[in-house]
Design a protein. Structure first.
Length: 488
């Protein structure tokens, strides 16, 4: 080996070790930076004419573990969907109330049952009559409360769908732009790792909205598809389209009848085409977006139907199980439909008849004397009050209920509804806890595989220091040889 070759080799070694030190220092500096993946500088030997000509930096690579990342992103989507369901059921259960809660529907139904019995036992007591009316109003308000919360949740879900679609489209546009930059940088030999970090973070951001599958394309670009085969990005963005409801989502609104579905621009001349979501098998199901559609169009309407069926049962009890003398001229009983509409949304309209409500110019004694009574009758006659009590506790076969098929009184049916949705809420909470633990485990495994281990980096830095010193020693020896040569 000539002295000039030795000099060149040592100089290239110093340059390579400097690059390695730069990469290691960058790794250590970004050890706690979210989304940063460990870098590695690749070296390659240089040969010319069969002789070694030192070392060259082949490039910088970014640590990846495609399998772990894909699993973690799939878990992000599942957890995102589970969190949406869990939060919604928590709010529904708060509105329904636990059976031990004094303001729960079940407790207030039991309270009304007790108040009617007390009034039947003391028909002459204005206090007992007033307590029964107050108990009936509290009970109706509790049923209204669940209906109102259900409508509020549907309204919020609809609005959140719009926000998530907007964020998804924005992120897809940014990923498409980064794809172009990465392809350009790679073609000109420039470092793309920082751009890849940015792209990976954007993909992570949408993975909880829709489950994402990543496919590599030429030049370092990527294509994105959903778990069920929907295209999001492949050479171009395929944006989603959604129109949020203009105002409050009411009980009678359904997809195509006041509510927008999901559409996608697939390049068709006719414009965006409808795509399914919320059924579990839709192209964009599996993440929080699909769960929001499921809530808005399936789960929450079921809550509404259950409460509407219960409200109808309560109204019918005081119509069909009462003597005609106890009803008002229109045939209404103690509870009425304040909106005089169909059963859809009835739970939100359930009200106590104005005939017994002093706040609406009614009189509590009509509970005893009949809703059509124009004057008080015998204060000791508790027959109508007993009929009211019997109607509320009568064993009736539920109609339109999903929670139970067993006959029961109104208070018992309220407990069945509470238990039904409490069970669903408990399952959703368990599912969320399991998925959260699994997601945390996968995230840790991914971090261990692609993140920065400062101890390992410092060990590598020690090796770089030794290699740098060795190359510097070679240069020092060459310098001494050159000095001897010049003195000869």
């Amino acid at each position: 080996m000539s002295i000039s070759s030795a000099l060149s080799n040592a100089a290239s070694g110093l340059s390579a070790q400097s690059r390695l030190a730069e990469t290691i220092s960058n790794n250590v500096a970004n050890a706690l930076t979210p989304g940063y993946a460990r870098r590695a500088t690749e070296l390659s030997s240089v040969w010319l004419g069969g002789h070694g000509q030192g070392v060259a930096v082949a490039g910088t690579t970014r640590a990846e573990n495609a399998t772990l990342t894909a699993e973690r992103r799939a878990m992000d989507a599942a957890l995102g969907a589970s969190a949406i369901r869990s939060d919604a059921y928590d709010r529904i259960l708060t509105a329904i109330g636990d059976t031990s809660n004094a303001t729960s529907i079940a407790a207030l139904a039991t309270g009304l049952e007790t108040a009617l019995m007390a009034a039947a036992s003391s028909p002459q007591s204005t206090t007992a009559l007033g307590s029964a009316v107050s108990a009936a109003k509290d009970f109706a308000s509790a049923v209204n409360r669940v209906s109102d919360e259900t409508g509020q949740l549907r309204t919020e879900a609809d609005a959140e769908i719009g926000r998530q679609v907007g964020r998804l489209n924005t992120a897809l546009g940014q990923i498409d732009t980064l794809n172009d930059k990465i392809v350009t940088f790679a073609a000109t030999g420039r470092d793309t790792t920082s751009l890849e970090d940015q792209r990976a973070q954007l993909i992570d951001g949408i993975s909880s909205v829709v489950p994402v599958k990543v496919a590599k394309r030429d030049g370092g670009a990527v294509a994105l598809f959903t778990r069920n085969g929907g295209a999001l990005l492949d050479g171009r963005v395929y944006p989603l389209a959604f129109t949020p409801a203009a105002g409050v989502v009411t009980a009678g609104m359904t997809p195509g009848a006041g509510l927008s579905g999901l559409a996608q621009d697939v390049g068709a001349i006719t414009g965006p085409v409808a795509v399914t979501a919320g059924s579990g098998a839709g192209l964009f199901d599996g993440g929080s977006l699909g769960a929001l559609f499921e809530l808005r169009d399936t789960a929450l309407p079921q809550v509404q139907r259950e409460m509407d069926a219960y409200a109808a049962d309560v109204i019918h009890r005081f119509q069909t199980l009462m003597p005609a003398s106890a009803l008002d001229p229109a045939g209404n009983g103690l509870f009425v439909d304040a909106g005089a509409g169909n059963q859809t949304g009835l739970a939100g309209r359930l009200a106590v008849t104005a005939a017994v409500d002093p706040a609406l110019d009614g009189a509590v004694w009509r509970l005893r004397d009949g809703l059509s009574a124009t004057a008080q009758g015998s204060v000791g006659n508790g027959a109508t009050l007993q009929a009211l009590s019997d109607a509320f506790t009568a064993l009736r076969a539920p109609t339109g209920f999903a929670s139970t098929s067993a006959s029961g009184g109104a208070a018992a049916l309220a407990s069945e509804i509470t238990s039904f949705f409490a069970s669903r809420g408990a399952r959703s909470d368990e599912d969320r806890a399991f998925l959260s633990a699994r997601q945390a485990t996968l995230a840790e495994q991914e971090s261990n595989a692609t993140g920065v281990d400062t101890d390992s980096e410092l060990q590598s830095l020690t090796l770089v220091e030794q290699a740098y010193a060795a190359n510097a020693k070679v240069l020092s020896v060459i310098d001494e040889l050159m000095q001897l040569l010049l003195k000869a």
